[in-house]
Design a protein around this ligand. Sequence first.
Ligand code: NAD
Length: 260
Amino acid sequence: MMGAQHALITGATSGIGLAIARRLASQGMNITIGGLGADDEIADICKSLIRAGAPKTIHDPADMRDPVAVRHMIDVAADRFGGIAILVNNAGIQHVAPVTAFPPDKWDDVLAINLSAVFHASAAAAVHMVAAGWGRIINISSVHGLVASPDKAAYVAAKHGVIGLTKTMALEHARGAITVNAICPGWVKTPLVEQQIIKRAKASGKSFDEEANRLVADKMPSWTFTDADDVAAAVQFLCGPASASITGTSLIMDGGWTAQ
Ligand code: NAD
């Protein structure tokens, strides 16, 4: 179901979420984007989505740490566009530290944004999807929803949780035309990962590019970053007619990371 429908993408002011918003806009969908950013940058993003093909685009500034704001964002957007056909739970943050030194407030933030917001948004959106008799929920988990890396306890816990939530909701909606799936990308060169590369480059004294190559070669047998546009194309596929029987799965896009 595409065209003149409504898709809401959280964390769509940057990186993977923005690529997904552009892709769904290009299919003629009305778009609600969530995410943080300067007013003028967000206004430019909304204009770019209209140019890409969205009839209407709105931005909701809800803080994904606030359950009430997350649920309100869904209901307001659904009211505005007469429903919500596609929800992409994409907003996410990272914090890198060993468990013994992991700041509790960072743990709370990562869990709130990367996991609890997925629960609140999905719960609110599913009500509208059930009423409409159709819906797609796509959760951007991570390769870290399947395997761990040191110093990423909160992120790994949250992303594993997203996969469990995805399976549970898929079962709860298996008899209707609502599917719930996750996507698990490997490294994608976005601000979230660039911050980690900059940190590693500072520690090693190497250049950004050298450290980026090392980061990828370390984990991904492909030695190539996953492309944000490819993740967006996967979202489009999961929203298309050929994916009607795909539910409760995790689509892994990791250049062989988890095959090792
Ligand atoms: P990004 O930093 O480019 O974008 C994150 C988005 O989340 C931004 O729009 C930001 O404004 C939004 N956000 C952050 N905190 C928020 C808050 N409190 N309230 C509302 N919005 C908030 O990151 P990205 O790499 O594009 O990541 C997108 C998703 O993909 C995340 O869930 C991330 O975990 C996942 N992911 C990323 C990679 C990668 O290598 N980049 C790999 C696997 C999974």
